[in-house]
Design a protein around this ligand. Structure first.
Ligand SMILES: CC(C)(COP(=O)(O)OP(=O)(O)OC[C@H]1O[C@@H](n2cnc3c(N)ncnc32)[C@H](O)[C@@H]1OP(=O)(O)O)[C@@H](O)C(=O)NCCC(=O)NCCS
Length: 147
C-alpha cells in the first residue's frame, strides 16, 4: 500500500537506505526531507507496516524532481518503484508540474532501466556529479498530455 510518509517512518527509511543502498542520503537528509516544503515522500508498506519502498519528490513551478527511490532488495522487480513513481507523477501533475527531472549515476543500470521503462529520456550528462569519475545522467519525462 502506498501512503504519505510520516515522522514515525523515519527509522525504517533510514534502515532501508543504510543497509541496502550505497547510502547516498544520511539520516539527517531523510529527516529534513519528511518535513520539506513543496515536497512529497511516499512509502510502500506491507500489511504488517514493514517498509518495502520509499520515493521522494520536490516541486518548483513547472518542474518536479524525483530525488530518491529505494526498494527493499527482497522486494525488487515487484513493481514497487514503478507504483511509487506513478503516484508521485500524479501529485506532480496536480500541483502544476509539466515535467519530471532526475539525476542518476550512469552505472546504476537497474535505475536507468526503470526510468526508461517509465518513459524518461536522457537530457544531459553531469561530469563528476557523484564524485571523481562518477557522472550523472539527467533524465526528463514531460507530463503534458498530448493534444
Ligand atoms: C532501482 C530500484 C528503485 C528499482 O526498484 P524496483 O521496485 O525493483 O523496480 P520495479 O519492480 O518497479 O521495476 C519496474 C521496471 O524497471 C526496470 N527494472 C527495474 N529493476 C531492474 C533491473 N535490476 N534490471 C533491469 N531492469 C530493471 C524493468 O523494466 C522493470 O519492469 P519489469 O520488472 O516488468 O521488467 C531498486 O533496484 C533500488 O532500490 N535500487 C537501489 C537504490 C537506487 O539505486 N535507487 C535509484 C537511484 S535514487
Amino acid at each position: 500500500m502506498i501512503t504519505l510518509a510520516v515522522g514515525s517512518d523515519l527509522a525504517q527509511i533510514v534502515t532501508l537506505e543504510e543497509e541496502f543502498t550505497d547510502a547516498r542520503w544520511s539520516a539527517r537528509t531523510w529527516a529534513e526531507e519528511l518535513v520539506a516544503d513543496r515536497a512529497l515522500t511516499l512509502v510502500n508498506k506491507d500489511r504488517w507496516g514493514r517498509l518495502l519502498g520509499v520515493a521522494t519528490f520536490h516541486w518548483l513551478e513547472d518542474v518536479a524532481d524525483l530525488n530518491r527511490v529505494v526498494v527493499h532488495p527482497a522486494h525488487r522487480r515487484e513493481g514497487i518503484a514503478r507504483r511509487l513513481i506513478a503516484a508521485g507523477m500524479e501529485w506532480a501533475e496536480q500541483v502544476g508540474a509539466r515535467r519530471v527531472l532526475l539525476e542518476v549515476e550512469e552505472r546504476n543500470s537497474p535505475a536507468i532501466r526503470l526510468y526508461e521503462d517509465l518513459g524518461f529520456m536522457v537530457l544531459a550528462r553531469r561530469r563528476n556529479y557523484y564524485g571523481s569519475g562518477l557522472d550523472a545522467l539527467v533524465m526528463e519525462l514531460p507530463l503534458e498530455s498530448e493534444s
